[in-house]
Unconditional design. Sequence first.
Length: 163
Amino acid sequence: MLAAQEQLFKDLAEHQRVAGITDEHVAEQLGVDVEMVPDIVNGRQDLTMSELRYLGIALEVAIDYGVQHSRSNTIVLGRLAGTEELARQAVAHGVQDRLDGADVAIHARQVSTVTDEFTKTLLTELARRGARNVIVRGASAEFLAQLERHRHPSVHVTVLSGA
C-alpha cells in the first residue's frame, strides 16, 4: 500500500476510535456486515471512490482527494555529470517538487566524469526538496567517494551493488 494511502486509513481508524464511532454504526451506514468494518476502516478492503466517500460520511469526516505528481523519484545520470546546473536539472527532472521524506533512487551506471560541484549540488538539492534516503546504484568509486565527502546531514545515502 502506498504511504499516503496507509496514512489515510490510519487516520480514519484513529478518528473512529477517538470519536467513539462504533463498528455497528459504520456497518449500518455502509450497508455491510459489522465483521467487515475493521478491514474497511484499516484499508485491508479495496474500496471504490464512492465507497470511500460513504466511509467518510459514516465516520463524519471529509476525505480530501488530491492529485500529486507521480514521478518515480528516480534520477538517471548521464555520462557527464559535471556542472551545478546539470545537478539541479537532474533533480528537477527526476523528483517531484517536495519529497517529504520519500526515497530517491540514483542510477549512475554510465557516469564517467563527476565533479565535486555536481555531487555537492545534487545532495543539497535533494535535501532542500525533503529527501531523507537516497539509494545509489552502479556508481563509480569516484562518485561514491564524492558522495561520502559531501555528505549532507539530513540525507542518508545507501549504495547498492549491481545495475
